[in-house]
Design a protein around this ligand. Structure first.
Ligand code: GDP
Ligand code: GDP
Length: 438
C-alpha cells in the first residue's frame, strides 16, 4: 500500500470536454459541496474515488488557452508543476472535430515529455468506439479510448486501464488504534515548518530530513502532552527543495496528498500577511474532501489589538464557509496557543470518527421537529420519520421521511445545527442526506 496518491492530469485543447470529464471524475464530492454553504468547488484540483481507490485529478484549464501559443503557456508555474507531479496524463481530444493540428502539436510535446499517457477520445456517444477512435491513431500515442464525459460512457473502462499501472491507495487514511493523523497545510511562509518544529521538536524533523528521504508524504510519529499522533509531513521534502531552488512554490498536489492521508488537517494562515483567495482555496480543498479541520491563525504575536481586530474581521469576510472549523490564534515562534490547538485537533478527530447511537439520533430528530416542524408544501406537511448514521469521517446522518426533497435549505441547516449541538461535533462538516419513502 502506497502513501502517495496517484495524480492524473487532463491535457488538451479548449472545448474538448476536459472540465466535463473533471466534474465526472470528482463529482462524487458534489453532495458534500452542496451541504457546505459558501464553498466553491475547485475547478482544477480534486480528489476522485473509483472502486475504493483514491487519486488526484488535475484539470490544467489554463495550460492550453485558445489565444496563446499553447506550449508557451506551460511556463505557468502551477501547470508545469502539476505536469511534473502527474503520474499519468489523459490527453483529451474531440471525436466530433476529429484530429486537428493543435492536437498534433500537443501530441508532439507529450511524446517528448515521456509520461505514461492515455489518449481519450471524448464526445464519442452515438457512434461505435472503433469509429470514433480511428482518426486518432495517427497521433502515435497508442490505442485511443473512446468515452463520453457528458453521458458517462466508457469511463469505468478508462479508469481501470489508467489505474492498473498506478499505486493502490485506499480512499481513507489508515486508522491505527485511534492515533490521530494530522496534516499541516497552508501557503508558503505562513509558518508550517516552525509549527512542525514546535510540535515535534527539531530532532524528529532532522530525522525526516535525511537525504534520500524522497517520499512525498512522510509519516512522523510524535507525542504531544502524552498523546500519540502522526504527522503527515512534507516539510522534509520542502526544506531541501528550498535549499536547492531558493523559493518554495505552493504545490496543490502535495497539499491534496497530505489532506487525503490525514484525519485532521490544520490549515495555517498568516495573521501578519493578507488572508486571501489562496487561503480560502486551500481550505475549500479540505472541506471538499470532508476532512476534519482546525484553522490556526499563526504569527499572533506582536500584533496590536487593532490589528488583531482587523485580522478577525478579514477571516470572517474571506473564509465565510468555515463555520465548521474552530479558529485558534497561535504563535508557532513562541509556542503559544499550541495546547489549545492540539486539543481542538483531538476534538475534531473524536467528532469525525464517532459512532452516533441511533436512539439518540432519533431523539434529537424528534425534539427538533417538535420544537420547529418542517413547513407544509401545497397543503401537505413534510414528514421526517426516523434517522440513522450513514457513515463517518465525515459524519453523515440519513433521515427518512416523505417529500424530503422539498425541505428548504434553511430547515436542513436548522437540523444540522441541532445534531451538531446534541453530539458536540466540532471541526467537521456534518452531512445530512434525505430519503423519501412514501
Ligand atoms: P474544456 O474546455 O476542454 O474544459 O471543455 P468543456 O468540458 O468545457 O466542454 C466543452 C463543450 O463540450 C461543452 O459544451 C460540453 O457540454 C461539451 N461536451 C463535453 N463532453 C461532451 C461529451 O461527452 N459529448 C458531447 N456531445 N459534448 C460534450
Ligand atoms: P512555511 O513556509 O509555512 O514552512 O513557513 P516557516 O515555518 O518557514 O516560516 C516562515 C517565516 O515566518 C520564518 O521567518 C519564521 O521564522 C516566521 N514565523 C513562523 N512562525 C511565526 C510566528 O509565530 N510569529 C512570527 N512573528 N513569525 C513566525
Amino acid at each position: 500500500m502506497s502513501d502517495k496518491l496517484p495524480t492524473i492530469i487532463l491535457v488538451g485543447r479548449p472545448n474538448v470536454g476536459k472540465s466535463t470529464l473533471f466534474n465526472r471524475l470528482t463529482g462524487t464530492r458534489d453532495a458534500l459541496v452542496a451541504d457546505l454553504p459558501g464553498l466553491t468547488r475547485d475547478r482544477q484540483y480534486g480528489t476522485a474515488v473509483f472502486e475504493h481507490r483514491a487519486f488526484v485529478v488535475v484539470d490544467t484549464g489554463g495550460l492550453m488557452p485558445e489565444s496563446q501559443d499553447p506550449l508557451a503557456a506551460l511556463a505557468e508555474d502551477q501547470a508545469r508543476l502539476a505536469l511534473d507531479e502527474a503520474d499519468h496524463v489523459l490527453f483529451v481530444v474531440d471525436a466530433r472535430s476529429g484530429c486537428t493540428p493543435s492536437d498534433e502539436a500537443i501530441a508532439r510535446y507529450l511524446r517528448r515529455l515521456g509520461k505514461p499517457l492515455t489518449l481519450v477520445v471524448n464526445k464519442a456517444e452515438g457512434q461505435p468506439p472503433a469509429q470514433a477512435a480511428a482518426d486518432f491513431f495517427r497521433l502515435g500515442l497508442g490505442e485511443p479510448q473512446a468515452v463520453s464525459a457528458e453521458h458517462g460512457h466508457g469511463l469505468p473502462a478508462l479508469l481501470r486501464r489508467v489505474l492498473a499501472d498506478l499505486p493502490v491507495v485506499a480512499a481513507e487514511p489508515a486508522d491505527e488504534d485511534g492515533v490521530v493523523r494530522v496534516a499541516i497545510v497552508g501557503r508558503p511562509n505562513v509558518g508550517k515548518s516552525t509549527l512542525v518544529n514546535r510540535l515535534i521538536g527539531e530532532e524528529r524533523l532532522l530525522a525526516a530530513d535525511v537525504p534520500g528521504t524522497t517520499r512525498d508524504a512522510i509519516v512522523v510519529p510524535f507525542a504531544y502532552e502524552g498523546r500519540p499522533y502522526q504527522l503527515i509531513d512534507t516539510a522534509g521534502v520542502r526544506r531541501r527543495a528550498r535549499i536547492w531552488e531558493g523559493v518554495e512554490k505552493l504545490s496543490i498536489v502535495k497539499t491534496l496528498q497530505a489532506i487525503e492521508r490525514a484525519h485532521v488537517v490544520i490549515a495555517v494562515v498568516d495573521a501578519q500577511a493578507d488572508i486571501g483567495e489562496q487561503d480560502a482555496r486551500l481550505m475549500g480543498l479540505i472541506a471538499q474532501r470532508g476532512r476534519a479541520m482546525v484553522l490556526a491563525v499563526n504569527k499572533w504575536d506582536g500584533l496590536t489589538p487593532d490589528a488583531r481586530e482587523q485580522v478577525r474581521y478579514q477571516i470572517g469576510l474571506k473564509l465565510p464557509f468555515l463555520d465548521y472549523a474552530p479558529t485558534l490564534f497561535i504563535s508557532a515562534r513562541h509556542g503559544s496557543g499550541l495546547g489549545e490547538l492540539m486539543r481542538a485537533v483531538q476534538a475534531a478527530y473524536d467528532s469525525t470518527m464517532r459512532e452516533l447511537p441511533t436512539g439518540e439520533i432519533n431523539r434529537v430528530l424528534e425534539q427538533a421537529v417538535e420544537a420547529h416542524p418542517p413547513p407544509a408544501v401545497l397543503g401537505r406537511r413534510i414528514k421526517l420519520r426516523y434517522a440513522h448514521q450513514g457513515g463517518r469521517n465525515p459524519p453523515r446522518i440519513v433521515i427518512h421521511g416523505n417529500q424530503t426533497e422539498k425541505l428548504p435549505a434553511a430547515y436542513k441547516r436548522y437540523l444540522a445545527n441541532r445534531f451538531r449541538e446534541a453530539f458536540n461535533l466540532t471541526g467537521v462538516p456534518l452531512l445530512l442526506s434525505f430519503k423519501t419513502g412514501d
